[in-house]
Design a protein around this ligand. Sequence first.
Ligand SMILES: CC(C)=CCC/C(C)=C/CC/C(C)=C/CC/C(C)=C/CC/C(C)=C/CC/C(C)=C/CC/C(C)=C/COP(=O)(O)OP(=O)(O)O
Ligand SMILES: O=P(O)(O)OC[C@@H](O)CO
Ligand SMILES: [Mg+2]
Length: 228
Amino acid sequence: MYDIREWRHVFKLDPNKEMTDGQLELVCESGTDAVIVGGTDGVTLENVLDLMARIRRFSVPCVLEVSNMESVTPGFDFYFIPTVLNSRNTKWMIDLHHKAVKEFGELMNWNEIFMEGYCILNKDCKAAKLTEANTDLDDKDVVAYARMAEHMYRLPIFYLEYSGQYGNPQLVQKVKSVLNETRLFYGGGIENEHQAKEMAQFADTVVVGNLVYTDLQAALKTVAAVKG
Ligand SMILES: CC(C)=CCC/C(C)=C/CC/C(C)=C/CC/C(C)=C/CC/C(C)=C/CC/C(C)=C/CC/C(C)=C/COP(=O)(O)OP(=O)(O)O
Ligand SMILES: O=P(O)(O)OC[C@@H](O)CO
Ligand SMILES: [Mg+2]
């Protein structure tokens, strides 16, 4: 399925974490809509190439979520570029992006590239620390970021990121209620089918990350929970 607007469930695999071929096969053949390759730290060209080549044995769509320029490589179906809307540092909103496009603009196939407006809400996660995210936000602040993503920046994806922590379903519902064109991705702390199903009521796309590494069987069950 190569239309990201139809994705309901995706797994996010961290190139900096170990996974056997058998485990990777279960993930790629699980019925998930796509596999995103991404992480905050330790992402290198070598570990991205290795994971991409191993995922490419399967037919599942495969995305690189760019977290640094050094690890960008051809060969993925899509490239997701995060911009952290609630960062206190313009580096993570626009500066790195400007630098990358200045250098590689000629090579970029814009049809494969999708911007993700991140709103990071778990103050303790690595991405929040790295990007100096202001996580001290109330629901109205988050809803305002969502509206900006859709109406001011016309971003294809608004990503509510709780990496490592299960978020607030009521907030996800509120955010969804103000989005029409922009797709709402929810990711963070999903540990079982129940949580995956709960967030799938409101988010367009549910992202399951760390559970793949901590409890693969539980992670696999989230696919049916979300896709029904
Ligand atoms: C040659 C070729 C094919 C070219 C392709 C063209 C292309 C796509 C070029 C890229 C152009 C471009 C504009 C790049 C942007 C450059 C860049 C570095 C932008 C910054 C991205 C950013 C804001 C990163 C910050 C961190 C972040 C938000 C990462 C997202 C992933 C995330 C939150 C993972 C969760 O963390 P995790 O590591 O899993 O944490 P745990 O280990 O605790 O679980
Ligand atoms: O690893 P978890 O907590 O499932 O989060 C998924 C994803 O949103 C991380 O970027
Ligand atoms: Mg992770």
